[in-house]
Design a protein around this ligand. Structure first.
Ligand SMILES: [Cu+2]
Length: 251
């Protein structure tokens, strides 16, 4: 009799075990990171190798995230955390400027994504899925939505300066100044700076004490009073060291 029952039990189709909460969290975070990688590169209109690698790693790992693969979840958490910390100065700068909405929203997305993966990864490592995981995921979504609406509102309320007649135009696009050499003379001393990027820039001429904040997709103008000569133009945003140019002032 006992043997028959045992046989019956063995023949019963296996009931799939529920997906552990931590794996759902890591999966959700991984999907967010893939979306982040696609969105950031689309906005920049170029392939950014480290971002491409981050996106591909999460994309490749996500299908293999299953209940028994705790190591993979924990490994993704470490990878996500290291990638995040390596870019921390850039991320913090973007998060400190919500009026430049595209960059702010993307960094909020990466923060939520890495946060979910790390919390899920730690839960996997401790082998202690807790009831807190679902509220944490809901809180992360809430932070993202509130932050996004606040940022879009601030961007909408940020003015853009119009060019005045005679202004020399300089454009910030794809982390470059165009043109890189700006010539002004006694007749034209105004410069109109048009930021076509989804991230903030600064039009900075250290020698002249000029440091103009130009939010994403906005324009600013500045009047220059300088002795004839050439002056170095930079952008002081972290990671924008390649944005250099020269202001040539003739008499
Ligand atoms: Cu810049």
């Amino acid at each position: 009799m006992a043997t028959t029952m045992l046989e019956r039990a063995e023949k019963k189709p296996a009931v799939p075990s529920p997906v552990p909460a931590w794996i759902s969290l890591v999966r959700a975070g991984a999907v967010v990171m893939v979306v982040f990688a696609i969105a950031l590169q689309s906005m920049a209109r170029t392939i950014i190798p480290p971002v491409l690698v981050i996106g591909l790693v999460f994309l490749a790992a996500t299908p293999f995230l299953k209940g028994e693969r705790r190591g993979l979840g924990a490994g993704l958490a470490v990878f996500g955390a290291v990638a995040y910390l390596a870019n921390l100065p850039i991320i913090l700068d973007d998060l400190a400027h919500p009026e430049s909405a595209p960059a702010f929203v993307l960094q909020l997305l990466s923060t939520v994504g890495v946060g979910l993966v790390v919390i899920g990864g730690v839960a996997a490592w401790l082998r202690r899925p807790t009831r807190l995981l679902q509220p944490l995921a809901i809180a992360a979504a809430g932070v993202f939505l509130v932050g996004t609406f606040a940022s879009l509102g601030m961007a909408a309320n940020t003015d853009s300066a119009a060019a005045l007649p005679g202004d020399v135009q300089v454009t910030a696009e794809q982390l470059m100044w165009a043109p890189e050499d700006i010539a002004i003379d006694g007749a034209s001393t105004g410069i109109w700076i048009d930021n076509k990027d989804g991230i903030r820039h600064t039009f900075t001429i250290p020698e002249l004490g000029i440091d103009i904040e130009v939010p994403a997709l906005k324009a600013r103008r500045v009047d220059i009073a300088a002795a004839p000569g050439s002056y170095r133009i930079v952008c002081s945003v972290p990671g924008h060291e390649q944005m250099t140019g020269t202001l040539i002032v003739s008499s």
